[in-house]
Design a protein around this ligand. Structure first.
Ligand code: NAD
Length: 320
């Protein structure tokens, strides 16, 4: 991206070839921005953004955020980081580096070019929470030395860096704590419950439910999440977050499995397996702050509709 001659906002999306990032790039282009997508393709894919490549306002750069990036932009969405346990535990040292060095490099860039910067943080900063639902003022209950710590503590340190750059250098920051999000372009083998159930159902394999399936989860459709990210970026400089983003509507895991079987028309049976010891009974965001600060934002896509679109995507992938 070069110097600014047009009135278009120049926006950098790190991790832009990933699941959420690719939808965000699409939305920003539709909003009339010049979009630079930077990704090292660790979990992202060129297929996710192939349909954007011919657009003169879209640019793709292979780049690892653990190295500095020198570009001229007005806004930065920092999404680069593997998000599913099987991916972030593959190379835990690199995961921490991506969160921490990545944040330092992107904050350094924001400081140099005076850009506004948004961090894709996570509900995992609350760890194994003792407070339900989680509010932003809760500091969390995180194991610093476990196998999930590379992700949880990496994201916590990134939040610290964002707030220190804000306090020390006056940077305009936005921190979004994203809860469970689903939709087309999720990785088919990332072990997350929505993609797992859909893939099992489409293959006619048993749907594996842990425990009796009465544990609840909430799922946010990707378009609702992206809308919240864009609204958060557009808030006044006094709004820094952290702000929870997700869909508070709860479903039992068994209910989700049944819905997937019904919607795919699959013959798959639901198979109960022993519950892992660290499986939380409930996970649900408190989104009061988001409702208040994001101009009437509310997740509007019902699970039934979002699932239908996600199932279509996975069906297309199998056919393709
Ligand atoms: N999907 C969710 O439910 C969820 C929940 C909470 C937080 N988040 C956060 O949102 C962001 C996007 O998640 P996602 O679900 O789209 O995951 P994803 O794995 O599909 O996307 C992450 C992208 O970052 C890229 N990437 C990874 N390491 C990189 C590096 N060092 N340099 C450059 N690019 C790199 C990957 O190739 C991928 O394209 C992540 O930061 C994640 O922690 C997601």
């Amino acid at each position: 991206m070069t110097r600014k001659y047009s009135s278009r906002r120049r926006v950098l999306v790190t991790g832009g070839a990933g699941f959420i990032g690719s939808h965000l790039c699409e939305r920003l282009l539709a909003d009339g921005c010049d979009v630079l997508c930077a990704d090292n393709f660790f979990t992202g894919a060129k297929d996710n953004i192939a349909h954007l490549v011919g657009n003169p306002h879209f640019e793709l750069q292979r780049h690892d955020v653990t190295f500095p990036l020198y570009v001229e932009v007005d806004e930065i969405y920092n999404l680069a980081c593997p998000a599913a346990p099987i991916h972030y535990q593959f190379d835990p040292v690199q995961t921490t580096k991506t969160s921490v060095h990545g944040a330092i490099n992107m904050l350094g860039l924001a400081k140099r070019v005076k850009a506004k910067i948004l961090q894709a943080s996570t509900s995992e900063v609350y760890g194994d929470p003792e407070v339900h639902p989680q509010v932003e003022s809760y500091w969390g209950h995180v194991n610093p030395i476990g196998v999930r710590s590379c992700y949880d503590e990496g994201k916590r340190c990134a939040e610290t860096l964002f707030f220190d750059y804000h306090r020390q250098h006056g940077l305009r920051i936005k921190v979004a704590r994203i809860f469970n999000t689903y939709g087309p372009r999720m990785h088919p083998n990332d072990g997350r419950v929505v993609s797992n159930f859909i893939v099992q159902a489409l293959r006619g394999e048993p749907i594996t439910v842990y425990g009796d399936g009465s544990q609840t989860r909430s799922f946010c459709y990707v378009d609702d999440l992206v809308d919240a990210l864009v609204r958060l970026m557009a808030t006044g400089d006094e709004v820094t977050g952290p702000v929870n983003l997700g869909n508070p509507r709860e479903f039992t895991i068994r209910g989700l499995a049944e819905m997937v079987v019904e919607r795919t028309g699959s013959k798959s049976r639901i198979e109960l397996r022993p519950l892992p010891s660290d499986d939380p009974k409930q996970r649900r965001p408190d989104i009061s702050l988001a409702r208040k600060t994001l101009g009437g934002w509310e997740p509007t896509t019902p699970l039934e509709a979002g699932l239908a679109r996600t199932i279509d995507y996975f069906r297309g992938m199998r056919a393709g």
